[in-house]
Design a protein around this ligand. Structure first.
Ligand SMILES: [Zn+2]
Ligand SMILES: [Zn+2]
Length: 470
């Protein structure tokens, strides 16, 4: 495996070596399902979807787990505002999540565990932590005692002393240390609750990810990912809970994506630049949103604006036009089968450099450079019948299919309607025949049918060409 990943735990790029050869255990922190997810949240969903697909393209079997946080203060408050139960709110929001995630081409995870469906696992983990002296109970609340885990702070590179001096003067004076965090919260009136050894209550936020990661993937896993805002305290706490309980390393590679800015500002409800992924995908095409997310290194900040999205859209169109021109050439030109080794090698070299970039800490921005170099070459070859032999054309097609299977920026693999270009060409010939026969009703019908599928026809001197509209 030549893939290297930047590990936030060691602050180094490291060769990626899975614990079990050929298999990858991958946990990605999912949304709190109290409302539509916002465009900033869709960044980890998209980039880690691409990382997962890339690992799969290397023949690895990826067990990909993403949780839904379906109980916490935000859930309770929002459900109260709407006058529905927390469970009803979760059901509805999870449905909305899948609608948006599917539209954005995010492949389904292997498992989607929910906190409220794993209360037993959570209680068991909290009991283990109390037994081992890492947690204590006060009046039905259970806290993790940070001072019993000297490595606390190792992910965010802060010592317990530094963290203490920065901690807010607290709040809950019953805690032994202001850094101690809640594993279990005692029941308050009007809140959902579950029976536990400490009376009725509900889990704290952090504990669910440790419990569910271990349940579905084992005590030590390969990759844990999330947005950089989760590094502290969420991921620091996940490490403390899991490693204090098992005495084993929890996660081999911690990876975090950078912030998404909107018009160069941090997104916030108060700034009025709060944008849901749903609004964004309805305004800009999902393919453009994906390409935009991959146009920067995943660890760098990225700026979402009307302009950057228009650029991404134009880039997707360049790709798709090149694809449909190739399909047109395949059907209508007499392409020789003779080998053009120079052209074939040029495409192969670009595929190698795409792989090299992806292997280098998943540098999608660099990899896209190779993709668009292939588009440039393909457009040149399309102008010159002498160099566009069938094998060159097929080489380019297979390049596009491979990169699309990983990046999902062309919709070839995940959209059957676009995949079957011979069917499109057949309908176009039928339409041309209908026009010759002056059967304009049938010709228009075919045009409309294709338009419904997002295929736009253009009558040119080279015959009728088609484009995929995004
Ligand atoms: Zn996490
Ligand atoms: Zn989490």
């Amino acid at each position: 495996m030549s893939l290297k990943l930047y590990n936030d735990l060691t602050r180094k790029k490291e060769p990626f070596v899975p614990i079990v050869p050929g298999k990858v255990s991958f946990y990605s922190c999912g949304p709190t399902v109290y409302d539509y997810f916002h465009i900033g949240n869709s960044r980890p969903f998209i980039v880690f979807d691409v990382l997962r697909r890339y690992l799969e393209s290397k023949g690895l079997e990826v067990n990909f787990v993403q949780n839904f946080t379906d109980i916490d203060d935000k859930m309770i408050n929002r459900a109260n505002d709407l006058g529905i139960t927390v469970n009803e709110l979760a059901e509805k929001t999870i449905q909305d999540y899948f609608e948006d995630a599917d539209a954005l081409g995010i492949r389904r995870a292997t498992h989607y565990p929910r906190a409220t469906e794993h209360i037993e696992n959570i209680i068991f983990l909290v009991m283990t932590l109390i037994e081992k002296g890492h947690a204590y109970e006060i009046e039905g609340d259970v806290y993790f005692q940070v001072s019993t885990f000297p490595e606390y702070g190792k992910l965010s590179k802060q010592t317990i002393e530094e963290l203490q001096s920065g901690a807010r003067i607290n709040v809950d004076e019953r805690k032994k240390n202001p850094l101690d965090f809640a594993l279990w919260k005692t029941h308050k009136p009007g809140e959902p609750s579950w029976e536990s050894p400490w009376g009725k209550g509900r889990p704290g936020w952090h504990i669910e990810c440790s419990a569910m990661s271990m349940k579905y993937l084992g005590e030590t896993i390969d990759i844990h990912s999330g947005g950089c805002d989760l590094t502290f305290p969420h991921h620091e706490n996940e490490i403390a809970q899991a490693e204090a309980a098992t005495g084993k390393e929890f996660v081999r590679y911690w990876i975090h994506n950078g912030y998404l800015l909107i018009d160069k500002e941090k997104m916030s409800k108060s700034l009025g630049n709060f944008l849901t992924a749903r609004a964004a995908r309805l305004k800009f095409s999902p393919l453009a949103i994906r390409l935009f997310m991959l146009s920067a290194h995943y660890r760098s900040p990225i700026n979402f604006s009307e302009e950057t999205l228009e650029q991404a859209k134009a880039a997707v169109e360049r790709l798709l036009n090149c694809w449909s021109d190739l399909q047109h050439a395949r059907t209508h030109r007499d392409l020789g089968a003779s080998e053009h080794s120079e052209q074939l090698q040029a495409i192969e070299r670009l595929f190698d450099s795409y792989i090299e970039d992806m292997d280098d800490d998943f540098n999608t921005a660099g990899a896209l450079g190779s993709v668009f170099e292939v588009v440039r070459l393909a457009n040149n070859y399309l102008k010159d019948n002498l160099v566009l032999s069938l094998d060159v054309l097929e080489k380019i097609e297979s390049f596009f299919k491979k990169i699309d299977d990983v990046m999902g920026i062309m919709g070839l693999t995940d959209n059957e309607q676009h995949e079957d270009s011979s069917e499109i060409e057949r309908l176009i010939s039928e339409r041309n025949q209908a026009r010759k026969d002056r059967n304009y009703a049938r010709a228009d019908q075919i045009r409309d049918e294709l338009a419904d599928r997002g295929i736009i026809l253009e009558d040119t001197s080279e015959g009728t060409k088609w484009k995929i509209q995004i």
